[in-house]
Design a protein around this ligand. Sequence first.
Ligand code: GCO
Ligand code: MN
Ligand code: MN
Length: 404
Amino acid sequence: MSDSYTPTPADKFTFGLWTVGNPGRDPFGEPTRQPLSAPSIVERLAGLGAYGVNLHDNDLVPIDAAAAERDRLVREFKQALSDHGLVVPMATTNLFTDPAFKDGAFTSADARVRAYALHKTMLSMDLGHELGAQTYVFWGGREGTEVDAGGKLLDALSWFRDSLNFLAEYSRSQGYNYRFALEPKPNEPRGDIFLPTVGSALGFIATLDQPDLFGLNPEFAHETMAGLSFPHAVAQVIDAGKLFHIDLNDQKPGRFDQDLRFGAENLKTAFFLVKLLEDTGYDGPRHFDAHALRTEDEGGVWAFARGCMRTYLILREKARQWGEDAEIQAALAAYRVEDEELQGLTGKFSPENARALKRRSFDREMLGRRGPGLEQLDQLTVELLLGVRGGTSTASQPETEVTT
Ligand code: GCO
Ligand code: MN
Ligand code: MN
């Protein structure tokens, strides 16, 4: 079946080898699906219209693989990429599965673990570069604590900073020129993960030696787990010029890390997110960091992958309709009150502006009485999402009644 919501590589949808390759293991149960080889994932994703595939070093090469085995796996993967026209825009390091990292990688209190984490990351950066990756993600899954009796909170930040500075220099010295994207998460697998939210990561980047090389890879589920709004977080990342990559999925607040299909849970939030990305011209990959439900067989995995991309495209179409809907645009225009004279006074400080503003009297009661029309605007949005506001023209749509 092919319709206007069928993705093409121009839509820049990517998946991780670990996402569609997720075999359905959870802390309480064994895998429910057979592992899929990397070349077979590439073939299937290409068939569905994806643009690329991302990976951790050990998604492709087992941690204890001998050199010949590594070379064979990389060769076969590269062959599949070129056969099927998929790219690898992003690479990252698995610094969380091996027991060596159980108390952190870059923030371990054991200097030998910190050194091993650098060693492993440099090798993984070599691999990513070989595959053509231009963005390198740091998700500090084990960088955190369950108990703070170790007293390392400030040391951990400084070890983390030293490691990122070291790796940025490594990238430059090798001519890799990666852009680095930090991916914050509040918890899971650690009780508390360092740099838990988008805001924390943005603040930390400002303390690095080469802050311009670092941006963010915010994830829908991670801010949602913290009870925060993902569109608000992403807006702040865009405002800071730091949206280097994005992880899309879905999540119920207050639950374990669910990694649900994009749009499966918070449709309206997903809509405003897609609208934000499209309105601001984000042109990086739309990466789905999610996996099929544990209940599913392989058919369910591909239904999941197709569903993530279709929902994004449907929401993109809805965002376009929203922008062209006359009634919505009228409600929006009414919501935003412009006043050229006052905006002239408040836009930039000058002693004259300050004096003029202080002299000015305001009709505070009138300002407090004004209804901005958000109920109507939001209801129009809901109706558009529910499909009862039709296509591009709103001429034949019934007017929503406004009661005053
Ligand atoms: C998670 C994270 C990871 C990272 C991945 C790439 O919650 O497990 O989202 O999936 O995104 O390690 O950096
Ligand atoms: Mn995640
Ligand atoms: Mn992620």
